[in-house]
Design a protein around this ligand. Structure first.
Ligand code: NAP
Length: 261
């Protein structure tokens, strides 16, 4: 399928690993120039090297997206290096899991500062440039806990719910300028980080990794974890012109875990 993204420019946050990395790679493969943003230099450089030689340019920016000044610097750099930004994908997050009674104020604040306020600030910094050009596409990677919170993920779930609300709310103002904003809410996605936690679980239970993965997959109606690649493919769809009437929507990809109307 041709997503028509050749020559487009994109900022992808959280691009050093996991879902953000898969999205940056998919956009690059489609011929987009990508600015990959993350906090760990080593991981980000590796993710950029893994794009391989050739293709559109790829830039990296090491930044702490919990800080407004860093976000403004990233957007200024993106405009300097790429002249404009067609696409923004917000994907950076750091959220601790655990029982509610073990959660401190700092856990709630961290989840909000990096993901909640981070996404909002990036949209606010990039949208005026998109509005000026009369064209732009934004995707927020949120999470199915937005609608169906898990007991051990309250800070993350609260931030996710707020971001679905934000995406829907701001879409109405941006739509008047042909800037579309949607979100994707993944369920349990098999990222490198998730893979490591399954490895630890398998070790703790003294069972093979395959068995730990299968056991977890059995709790998902479709019997499989979501893949990073399918989130990336949906992102390509949302930032393409294949569905130009779609804005303010949250697409849940969770193997059927959280059906809702
Ligand atoms: N994986 C899942 O099952 C799942 C399910 C539902 C929703 N989600 C959501 O999908 C998004 C991606 O999740 P993931 O599992 O792929 O994440 P991940 O593998 O943990 O990667 C998180 C990314 O965010 C970056 N990051 C964290 N704090 C940052 C900061 N202060 N400044 C800049 N970058 C920062 C990390 O950068 P460095 O590592 O370079 O520091 C990394 O690139 C998140 O919003 C997550 O909540 C994931």
């Amino acid at each position: 399928m041709d997503f028509g993204l050749k020559g487009k420019t994109a900022i992808v946050t959280g691009a050093s690993q996991g879902i953000g990395r898969a999205i940056a790679h998919a956009l690059h493969q489609e011929g987009a120039t990508v600015m990959m943003v993350g906090q760990s230099r080593a991981r980000l450089e590796q993710a950029a090297r893994d794009l391989g030689p050739g293709g559109a340019p790829a830039h990296i920016q090491i930044a702490d997206l919990s800080l407004l000044a860093e976000i403004e610097r990233v957007v200024a750099e993106a405009l300097r290096l790429m002249t404009h930004v067609d696409i923004l994908v917000n994907c950076a997050a750091r959220t601790r899991s655990g029982g509610f009674l073990t959660m401190s104020d700092a856990d709630f604040q961290e989840a909000w500062q990096i993901k909640g306020l981070g996404y909002v600030r990036l949209v606010r910094a990039v949208a005026p440039h998109m509005i000026e050009r009369g064209d732009g596409r934004i995707v927020n990677i949120i999470g199915s806990a937005a609608r169906t919170p898990a007991a051990d993920f309250i800070p993350g779930a609260m931030v996710n719910a707020a971001l679905v609300n934000f995406t829907r709310g701001v879409s109405r103002e941006l739509a008047r300028h042909n800037v579309r904003i949607n979100s994707i809410s993944p369920g349990w996605t098999l990222t490198e980080r998730q893979q490591r936690s399954f490895e630890m679980e398998a070790m703790a239970q003294n069972i093979p990794l395959n068995q730990a993965l299968e056991r977890a997959a059995m709790t998902i109606p479709l019997g499989r974890h979501v893949s990073m690649e399918e989130i990336a493919t949906m992102t390509l769809m949302l930032v393409s012109d294949l569905t130009p009437g779609l804005t303010g929507e949250d697409i849940v990809i969770d193997g059927g875990m959280t059906p809702s109307i």
